[in-house]
Unconditional design. Sequence first.
Lengths: 564, 432
Amino acid sequence: MMVRIGVFICHCGHNIASAVDVEEVVEYAKTLPWVAHAGHNLYSCSEEGLGSIKRSITENKLDRVVVAACTPRTHEPLFRRACEQAGINKYLFEFVNIREHCSWIHAKEPKEATEKAKKLVAMGVAKAALLKPQTESEAGVIPTAVVIGGGISGLVAAASLVEQGIETHLVEQTDRLGGLLCDITTIGPEGRHARTLVKDVVQKLEASPKTHIHRKARVSDVKGFIGSFEVTIEGCDGPTKVPAGAIIVATGTREFAPTGEYGFGEHPQVITQLELERKLAMGEKPKRVVFITCVGSRQPGREYCSRVCCNVTLKNALALSKASPDSRIRVIHRDIMSSGSAAEKLYKETSDSGVRFLRYGLERPPEVVSDGDRVNVIVYDETLDEVVSLDADLVVLAVPMLPPDDSEVTGKLLKVPRDKFGFFLEAHVKLRPVEFATDGVFICGSARWPVNARECIWQGMAAAAKASIPIKEGKVVIQAITAEVDPEKCAACGNCVLACPYEAIEIVDQDGNRAAKVNEAQCKGCGTCVAACHNDAVSQKGFTSGQLGAMIDALVKASLEGSR
Amino acid sequence: MRRVVVIGGGIAGIQASLDLADRGFEVHLVEKSPSIGGHMAQLDKTFPTNDCSMCILSPKMIMCADHANIKLHAYSEIEEVSGNFPEFKVTIKEKARYVDVKKCTGCGDCIAKCPVKVPWEFEEGLVKRKAVYLPFPQAVPRKVTIDGDHCRTIQGKKCGVCKKICQAGAIDYEQEDSIVELDAACIIVAIGFELMDASVMSQYGLGVCKDVVTSLQLERILSASGPTGGHLTRHSDNMEPKKLAFIQCVGSRDAHMHGYCSSVCCMYATKESILAREHAPGLEATIFYMDMRATGKGFQEFVSRAKQNYGVRYIRSRPANVQLPAGGNGVLVNYETSGLSGESVTEEFDMLVLCPALIPSKDAGKLAEILGIDLDEDGFIDMPDMARPVDTSRKGVLACGFVSGPIDIPDSVSQASAAAARAAELVDGGDR
C-alpha cells in the first residue's frame, strides 16, 4: 500500500501562530513516517488555503490529508470537501485541533504549546495512515412534517409548510389554536388585534387539504431519525402513528405564577399581565394602576430577562392611560427593555401620555400593603431619592415566561437538550437558532426563549424553511462514521443494544446466526457500543481500535523522543 | 421560475442564500463590496458565548462560493429593477475591478508593490491598505481589486507597477463595468447597517481626542488578526490602557439624532469590556448606559459575569461631554451620577469607546427607489404587516437582517431563513 500523507498546519492569523511555532511543527511533521509533504497556511479555511491544499494533493500525489487547525465542529466539512474536489475520498482526511487544544489554552506557554501541537500532529498522522476510504449511504425522506404546538409559532410553521406543498400534522394539547394570543387583546408594539391574527392563519391552514390538525392531542412517542420518524399522536380517538420526515417543536411558554410576591394570591387587586389582559378584553378600564416589572426575574434563582414583559407593560399602560383622561398609571421598573425601533417609540409615546416611570433597585424592592378595597405600593424612588406611596385600584405584576410544564417530557421524547431554565437548547446560539443538534428536529418560538409575536412568526417560518430542505431534497446523506458488527465475533449478548442511546442496534437472525445489526441511518457514530462489546465484534468507521492504538503508540513515541 | 436575487452579502444575505440554494432555488447573491462577509467578518468575538466571529462565519462564506446553486456577484450593484412578482427583471452592474478575476490567483504580489496607501475600510481606518487590495485575508472571492478612485494609473498618472509585477497577467486598467440582466421570481434585501458618524456629536471628541475610538474600531484592535495583532493599545502613545470607558446610545435613543434603540450595543459593550480585560489583565472597564437591555438568551447572565468576574463597572448616566487632559493622552469624561442627589463628576480614562447609533446602510434610500418599496421614518425598510414579518410594501420583495430594523445576529439569521421560507411559499404556493 502506498501512503503519501500531506500535513497542513494553520496559522489561523495570530490565533494559532501567536503561541504555536507553526514552522517548527511543519519541520517536525516532515520527519514523520508516510509524510510526503508538509506546509502551512495563514488561513487554511480561506479560498487561498483550500486552493493550496488542493494543488498540493495533485502536485505531491497525496492520498491522505491531515490539517492541524481549529475545530472539526465548524470546519471539518470544508476540508473534507476540498479533499473530494482534489480526487481523494473525503474520509481519508484527519483533523487535528491545535487552536483550542494548544494555542488558546496554553496561550502563555508557547514552548509547551508547540510541543503539544507536535504530539497531536504525530497522532493525527499515525491515524491518517490507517484510514480507509468510505462510502456514504443515502436514505429517503418521508414528505410529511409534524409540528408540535398550536400557538402562533406552530401555526405559522405549519401554514408555511403547507403553503410550500408539504403535508403537515399539527398537534395541539388543548381544543383551541392560537396559544397565549387567545388570552390577549392587542399585540404590542404594533397594536395588532391578536385573535384576528390567529384567525387568519387558522383559516388559511384549514383551507388546505394538506393540513391535519389534531386538537386535544399530544405526542406520546417518537421513533426513528431524520427522513423517517414515526410520531405517535395520542388524540381523542386513540393513538395514531404518523410517519414524518421532519419535526418542529413549538410548544411555547407559560406565565410564572408569583404566589406570595407583592401580595399576589392574597389581595385580589394584585394580578398578573395575563389577568389584566382578560379584564381589558371584558372592557374593564381601571384608572389607578401600578405596574411592577421584573417580578421573579433578573434576580438570583431566575436570572434571565424574559424579553417581552416590558413591552407588554408599555402597551397596556398606554392603553389604560388613553382610556380615561383622569387615569393615574405608574410603572415601577428596573430597566425598560424596549429594544429596537417600534418598541422604543412605544416607550416614548407611553411616557409622553402621562404614564409615570419610577426606577427601583433589587436591594430596595417595592412593597404592597392593603387596606381592604385599596392597595398601596410603597417604593423607594431612585431618582427622587425618597420613599413614595402610590395608591392603586390594581397592581399588575409583569412576570417572566417559563418553559411549559411538559418540556422535560418533550425533550426526552425527541432526545433534544434543554438549558438550565428548561428552555430548549438550539444547535448553535448564534448561527443555528432554529435547529437542534439532532438532525431533522427544529425549534421555534418561546419554547426556545421568550419572544414576542412578531419574532414567533418569523421563527416559525424559519423552522419551516429548515424542515422543508430535506423534505424537498427527498434524501439525506448518512455520514460514514457509523458502527459495524462482525457477525463472526458477535455473541448476540445484547450489551450493545442496551448501551446504544439512539436505539440503532437490534439482534437479528442472519442465515441462522443471531448477531447484532446496526441501522446506519439511526447510528450517530458515538462509539458507545464499541466500548460495550466484550468480544471486539463492533467497530466504528474512522475510529477503529487499530487507528486509536496507532495514535497512542505515536504519542508514546513522540513523548519519549521529546524527553531525550 | 425558481430564481431569487439576494441583495447584500452579510450574515443575513448569506443565510438566506444558503437556505434557498439548499432548497433547490437558483440564487444570485449581489454584494457591493469586493467580498461577502459584512460586518460580522470584522467582529473579534460574538456575545454571549465569545465565539470567534470569523471562525463561525468563514465556513458559510466558502459554502456560498462553492454552492452549485449560488452565483456570486461581488463588487456589484443593483442598477435597475422592472416587472413584478413573479417576473422581475433585474439589472446588475458588476463594477470594474481592473483585474481579470479568472486570471488573478490572489497571490498578493501586486499589493506588496503598490505605492498608494488609503485608509483601510475593513480595519475601520486604523491602518492603511494599498490602492490594489484584498479586503481581508479570508475574502470570498479571494481576488484583488484596484480602487479606481486612488489608483495612480486609473487616475491618469504614471505608475503601472501592479501590471508589471503580476505574473498571471491579471491586471487590466481598461476593464469596464459590465451589466448582467436576469429574471427573478423574488428579491430579498439584506443590505444591513452602518455606524453613524460619531464625530458629528462633537461633545464626545471623536477625531479630536486621539484616544477616543468607535466600538467597531475597538473590535479590530481586540482582534488577533487586526492591526495591532490583538494587543490593546491606545493611539496617542501606544500604551496599554488601564482604564477604559464606553459611552452607550451615542446618537441613538436621542430625539435630536436617532430616536430608536440600536438593540445590540449594551451586549457588545459588555463583550468588548470582557475581552479588553482578558487582553489587558487588571484593566478596569466602565460602561455609561441608559437602560441595560440584556433581553436575549444568556444575555443577563453575561452581564452578571462581566460584573462579577471581570469587574466591569456599569454607571447609569449619559455623559455630557469629554475633554482632552492637559497631557494630551487619554480623555476626561464629565458625567452626573443618577438621582436628585446626583453630582457632577469628572473622571479620567486612558481610552474612550463610543457606541454610535447603527443606521440603515446608506444605499437603502436609493435601493428602495429602484425596488419601489417604502422606508419607515427612521430609514429602515418598512415591514408593514407584522403577520408577514419579512414582506416589504411590495409583493415579492422581501427583507431581512438589520436593514429591516435593529436586531442581533441570531435574529438576523432566523429572519433570513424566514425570508427563504417566504420566497419558497410565494414561488411554490402561488398567491397568498
